[in-house]
Design a protein around this ligand. Structure first.
Ligand code: SAM
Length: 288
């Protein structure tokens, strides 16, 4: 294996030509080809354990919280009472861990296409996969696109924590997926989806945002910083059925005591507001 030869994992991929983040690897903990993708778990020298799917970094223990907290609390704290939540993807358990902490959330369904990701993360990434064991969380194995076809008007919030738009997650970036998301929401419902980085994949950001804006009366793009994702920045599209909403103004504000009790390390209401303040090139790109 190349990683073992060089001692470094490099995220070389056509999605970001000419640039690659590298992590020094102490040990390869697990490697397999599942029915859907290559699954790799390594112990890195600087970032704890890391999960890669098809050679793309999904999360590292050191910086996963900024992604998992933001994709969860941006929609949850914009909703007045998010009781029923669906997570599409998210087999590592990081989003389920955060969503289940929200006091209003009563029931979480997680649908991941690949049972092997779930099992491997249960074995090697317990800090994330503990979210899968929360009694509020029910797990279903299957394609998120197909699952949504059979679920109408059921959820207050739907979070799509998918891999990138190649391989099994390709359909989750189409406009027809956004139409299914809309149909699966209750009145006033909110969605949030992983939407790529504007520095390298502005086209992906634009088309994802356009799908969301076409389908939902209110749509917004928000950003967070994840040092081990390409360019260190990733964005989310959010859509709401409530046409009066300002997604940048949370309706649920956690106090510092709440945040400490919930072990939240990145998100607070100021970070929520700031996530929607976009650089000019991003704002202009989204207007096109
Ligand atoms: N935070 C990560 C990122 O953005 O790099 C995503 C992590 S999560 C592990 C991605 C999950 O999406 C994987 O477990 C994968 O199996 C799942 N997935 C991909 N396509 C899917 C689909 N069509 N339906 C449901 N889950 C899917």
């Amino acid at each position: 294996m190349d990683i073992m030869k060089s001692g470094w994992f490099s995220e070389v991929n056509d999605l970001w030509p000419g640039v690659a983040l590298s992590l020094e690897v102490e040990e390869v903990l697990h490697s397999e080809r599942s029915q859907f993708q290559e699954i790799l778990v390594v112990k890195t020298k600087s970032h704890g354990k890391a999960l890669m799917l098809d050679g793309i970094i999904q999360c590292t223990e050191k910086d996963e919280m900024s992604y998992h907290e933001m994709i969860s609390y941006l929609p949850l704290c914009s909703h007045p009472k998010p009781q029923h939540v669906l997570i599409v993807g998210g087999g590592d358990g990081g989003v389920a861990r955060e969503v289940a902490k929200h006091p209003d959330v009563e029931h979480v369904t997680l649908v991941d296409i690949d049972n092997r990701v779930i099992e491997v993360c249960r074995q090697y990434l317990p800090r994330l996969s503990l979210g899968l064991n929360n009694p509020k969380v029910n797990i279903s194995v299957g394609d998120g696109f197909e699952f949504l076809r059979n679920h109408r008007g059921e959820y207050d919030v739907i979070i799509t924590d998918s891999s990138d738009p190649v391989g099994p997650a390709e359909n989750l970036f189409k406009q027809s997926y956004y139409e299914l998301l809309k149909a699966a929401l209750k009145p006033g419902g909110i969605i949030a989806s992983q939407a790529g980085t504007a520095w390298l994949n502005m086209d992906q950001v634009k088309f994802t945002f356009q799908h969301c804006r076409t389908v939902f009366p209110v749509a917004a793009y928000a950003i967070t910083s994840v040092p081990t994702y390409p360019t260190g920045q990733i964005g989310f599209v959010l859509g709401s059925l409530n046409d009066k909403i300002n997604l940048a103004e949370p309706v649920k504000i956690f106090s510092d005591e709440d945040l400490d009790r919930m072990s939240i390390m990145y998100y607070n209401n100021k970070v929520h507001q700031a996530a929607f303040a976009l650089p000019r090139f991003v704002e202009n790109g989204l207007r096109e």
